[in-house]
Design a protein around this ligand. Sequence first.
Ligand SMILES: [Zn+2]
Length: 259
Amino acid sequence: MGFDLSGMNPNMTSPQPELPPMGKDWGDEEWKLYAKYEAWQNENCGVHFRSNVWWWRPLWHFVTTTCDDILTEKDIGEGSFNNGHKISKTKAGKIAKRLYSLIESGKVKEYEEGYKEHLASLEKTDCKTCDATGMRVDPKYSTQLTKSINELETTTRVHNCLQSRGIRTVGELVEMEEIRMFKIKNFGRKSLTELTEKLMDLGLHFKQSNSSSVAGKTKCNMCNGTGMKDDWAKSYPFDADNVRKFANFCANSGGFRIC
Ligand SMILES: [Zn+2]
């Protein structure tokens, strides 16, 4: 989700150029048209202000706290939704003036630095998706890994070995390296062969030494296998450049609509 602000009566230095047709593959000509359109947009900064939700939230927060005497409570609330809420030309002009003066005085830069410092101070937290292990169960193997070792129908000798080591599920078994299995009392070559075959039947295998991957599990994509995650707050960037862009938009928009 993103925010698309459009100027209701923008200042324009040149008429809007034609946009290439949508819904087909663009050739060189279409890309040239598009580049022209982009250049026009940049020159006419009151036409559009686009922002993804990550950039928008902190920007709007900053704007509403520094312009709370210009905006009504309704304006402030509606800025978090894509409802087409209108901000009048008078208000847009006042916001621009306020932001420019805050930029001039260095207040915006100061806020940016404080904001970034705060984000940098946030500690990483355990990844909840993978329980901080960095690995997730491959859905294809999820039923196999939760199986009890009783279901493997091993010989009593092997079964007792696994029990004595506290291994209760197939998932726990595949986290063992072969070499570690031999440390279990009464566990020998024959037992290993037996278990290796049982695992093969399930499409699994013992953990390879020198590898961090475990059979039936894949690297957690939420934390990239680290088991740790950045605080969510770090997804919301803020910088003074963005404030200036927004101020330019406000100043030239002739009032705007938030969609
Ligand atoms: Zn994770």
